[in-house]
Design a binder for this molecule. Structure first.
Ligand code: ADP
Ligand code: MG
Length: 591
């Protein structure tokens, strides 16, 4: 093909692709525009995960009627004039690309009235082309609607996820801005119903409660907003979780630089570092960290979506964040968890060491948990060849029967010792139970897991983030034994839970399941369903550290024997190790 300049239409679409990846990108850009326009009330409506419709209504400054058509063209901005201005960016937008990009890939209706003008204007655009323009009355502010996103970019349309997934992304964007801008009242109305609203009274704690729920908000420590002597000009503030509150991944650490949500591996690590040994291995804190610094110490023009920034002095910012979070932990963590003599770096690790050394009868289950965790850490390394009795090679597909096993006892609260015709078996109770549940759920999908009615229905305030997830996965949760129904904004009524979980805290359990669902948000179809089932099995399976009676042990072994693939858990790890009579004899030097 000869070299040619691309037609403006193609060039527009390519450029738009960098800014608008999915419905949530549109929502992000529009909210940023509303904030830049000084709005105090921002309402977001979506339909069908934003694929059918996205609407953002604000009470900001509005666009003068004569300038409105220009606003939708590429490189048109009121926020920047010279290249030098780039060093002093005080607005969220500045590239003049968003409206143009959005208009290029959706059917857009822009209604806006400037605060300084009597009459507003309505523009209709389709794929960058102005299709209509008329004068219109209405309140000052901007109301922009995008319908049929990617109607003219089938390749993009194909890559969009399920509606619930896209809606989840949008919801996340909203909650982030709600936290960063507590003076602004945000409302979110998917499918015509308001599910989330912040008071907009300037109280960040109120926003925090709205987003995470009162329970979690209560366990967050304030990160003091003072300026650090070692880092002049940099102010770090926000919230960080008490050491008792943690999560399995780092996705609950959110960073805002000059009130812009950004992703930054380094600063995320700074937060984690501040906890040092305070958290168990493989667990991460929750944190919302706001870093404010002079705009000239920052380059926000790194990425079309402005999701990343570069610092002039990254190391200084890193230390400021780490110190601020650490200080709040040391000063505010409740006394019982952080005794004075254990304050600082080695406290928790030392206590754990001590516990292990003492053989730890106190607190119950702690030793088993520690051993379990160490096991997990070791698991991370690839398994080496073992001399004494190997793990059963993970096999899938054809059925492989287990010999009848006789329960002998339980060790370390995590393994069952069993005897079979072929020698000694060590069964990992958690992995085995996971396998059992997995096959039960897959083989009898029409027959939901046995549930246990609660004596009294329990109201759970989940906070909108988790509430959104739970709402999106109600059918799967029902299938797994949770009888749960929406009960107003962010709350649910729990009527029954899986019978097997009778002894666990329903709230925590539901939270954990919902969070894992969140982690899966990007998978689709059958793989997604299967992963879901696995997650639920993992949560429901008896844990290491749980003492089982001999009857329960027997029961577990019987059920494992009945499995199609009893030798591995759904994630492919072995459920049991076998030491044959011959191996035992060899080990004891009898042969
Ligand atoms: P940028 O935000 O980078 O300037 P955009 O394409 O997002 O570029 O917007 C172009 C211009 O349109 C903005 O600079 C602003 O003047 C105007 N504008 C866009 N959205 C709004 C809004 N909600 N309220 C007022 N003005 C707006
Ligand atoms: Mg913008």
């Amino acid at each position: 093909m000869p070299i040619r300049i691309l037609s403006p239409d193609v060039a527009d679409k390519i450029a738009a692709g960098e800014v608008v990846e999915r419905p949530a990108s549109v929502v992000k850009e529009l909210i940023e525009n509303s904030l830049d326009a000084g709005a105090t009330d921002i309402r977001v409506e979506i339909r069908e995960g934003g694929k059918r419709l996205i609407r953002v209504i604000d009470d900001g400054a509005g666009i003068p009627a004569a300038e409105a058509p220009l606003a939708c063209q590429r490189h048109a901005t009121s926020k920047l004039q010279t290249a030098e201005d780039l060093e002093q960016i005080a607005t969220l937008g500045f590239r003049g690309e968003a409206l143009a990009a959005i208009a290029a890939v959706g059917k857009t209706t822009l209604i806006t009235r400037s605060r300084d003008e009597e009459v507003g204007v309505e523009l209709r655009l389709e794929g960058s082309e102005l299709r209509g323009q008329r004068a219109i009355g209405g309140p000052a502010g901007t109301n922009i609607t995008i319908e049929h996103l990617f109607w003219n970019v089938p390749a993009r349309l194909k890559f969009l996820r399920a509606e619930s997934t896209e809606a989840g992304h949008i919801h996340k964007i909203l909650t982030r801005y709600a936290l960063a801008y507590p003076h602004v009242r945000f409302s979110y109305a998917p499918e015509g119903r308001i599910t989330f609203q912040t008071p907009g009274n300037g109280d960040r704690m109120a926003a925090l409660i709205k987003v995470f729920g009162a329970e979690i908000a209560r366990q967050m420590l304030a990160v003091a907003g003072g300026e650090d002597v070692a880092a002049p000009g940099i102010v770090v503030s926000g919230f960080a979780s008490q050491p008792e509150l943690h999560r399995a991944n780092r996705s609950f650490i959110e960073l805002f630089i000059n009130n812009r949500y950004v992703q930054d591996r380094n600063l995320t690590y700074a937060v984690i570092q501040a906890y040092h040994t305070l958290l168990p291995g493989g667990r991460y804190p929750l944190a919302l960290i706001f870093v404010d610094l002079p705009p000239d110490m920052l380059d926000v023009n790194v990425h079309p979506t402005k999701a990343e920034v570069r610092f002039r002095e990254g190391a200084v910012v890193f230390r400021a964040v780490q110190r601020a979070v650490h200080r709040s932990l040391v000063e505010q963590a409740p006394v019982a968890q952080l005794r004075p003599d254990e304050k600082g770096r080695e406290g928790w690790a030392a206590r754990r060491q001590h516990l292990l050394a003492a053989g730890a009868s106190d607190p119950p289950g702690q030793l088993a948990m520690d051993l379990y965790r160490r096991g997990l850490e070791e698991e991370a390394a690839p398994p080496g060849p073992s001399e004494t009795g190997g793990a059963m090679a993970p096999r899938t597909g054809d059925a492989e029967v287990l010999p009848p096993l006789r329960a002998v006892g339980q060790i370390a609260g995590m393994y069952l010792v069993a005897e079979g015709p072929g020698g000694l078996f060590l069964v990992d109770q958690h992995a085995a139970h996971e396998r059992i549940l997995y096959e039960q759920m897959l083989q009898a999908p029409a027959q939901p897991i046995a549930r246990q009615q609660l004596l009294q229905p329990l109201t759970l305030e989940l906070g909108t983030h988790l509430a959104g997830l739970v709402a999106a996965h109600l059918p799967t949760l029902a299938q797994s034994g949770f009888e749960i129904e929406p009960f107003g904004e962010g709350s649910f009524l729990l009527r029954a839970m899986p019978a097997l979980l009778g002894r666990q805290d329903p709230r925590r359990l539901l939270e954990e399941v919902a969070e894992s669902l969140d982690a899966l948000a990007d998978q689709v179809g059958a793989a997604h369903e299967d992963e879901l089932v696995k997650i639920i099995c993992k949560r429901m399976a008896i844990k290491a550290g749980q003492v089982l009676s001999l009857v329960e042990q027997r029961d577990l072994l019987r059920q494992l024997e009945a499995c199609q693939n009893p030798r591995t858990c759904p994630h492919g790890r072995p459920t049991l190790l076998h030491l044959s009579a011959t191996q035992l004899e060899r080990q004891f030097g009898r042969t």
